[in-house]
Write a protein of this length. Structure first.
Length: 210
């Protein structure tokens, strides 16, 4: 009976989005190449290919990454950038061209919609509630898997999402400063709060217009 219950749980457990798993795998390979084989005990190649990696393996990876010191922040930030690159890359060529031709205000909203979809794709239980006002977006982040910790953390753990959102905006030819204002890993909130200040056209676009 116990085995049958475990089998049913494994079948119904929500799977981690491939974009999150693949981006973490690539970021670990970039920052800690000598440790990649160790982390592949959980981020297996077959699991990456088949999309069968669940919560337990991911939590194990994140737990070990938090013991790697400064590398944790480097890996999660780079993983966020990869996730944004691949998410925007999956948009249709026409959709990307159309969005980049929009006025900055509309382009910002289109980029934030894409970023919100990225958050949802990382895990079915994760979502972002975004409010944009006068060029600054407040992001109420719910269900961040990076912040599921038993002990509170002084430093924010959800930098993955700040990095991903800023990178999505960059792909829409917008420069932005995205930071974690509050992190639920500190034990003070049920969710995380990110502040995204849209600074205007990116350097690449400004140079092209000159």
């Amino acid at each position: 009976m116990r085995l049958e219950y475990c089998a049913m749980m494994s079948m119904t457990e929500p799977r981690i989005g491939r974009v999150l798993v693949a981006s973490l795998h690539q970021a670990i390979a970039d920052v800690l190449p000598s440790r990649l084989e160790f982390y592949e005990n959980w981020l297996s190649v077959s699991g990456l290919r088949e999309g069968t990696i669940g919560l337990a393996p991911l939590f194990a990876v994140l737990s070990f990454l938090r013991t790697e010191g400064a590398a944790y922040g480097q890996i999660t930030a780079r993983a966020g950038e990869y996730a944004a690159d691949w998410t925007v890359g999956d948009l249709s060529p026409f959709g990307r061209r159309f969005a980049r031709a929009l006025p900055a205000a509309w382009r910002t909203r289109a980029a934030l919609r894409t970023a919100r979809a990225l958050v949802r794709q990382t895990y079915p239980g994760s979502r972002a509630i975004m409010k944009l006002r006068r060029g600054t977006a407040s992001v109420d982040l719910r269900g961040s898997l990076f912040c599921e910790v038993r002990e509170t953390s002084i430093l924010p753990l959800c930098g993955f999402y700040a990095s991903a959102i800023a990178r999505v905006l960059h792909h829409f030819d917008l420069s932005a400063d995205a930071r974690v204002s509050e992190c639920r890993a500190s034990g003070e909130r049920k969710g995380c709060v990110l502040s995204v200040v849209v600074l205007g056209a990116s350097v690449d676009q400004s140079a092209a217009a000159a």
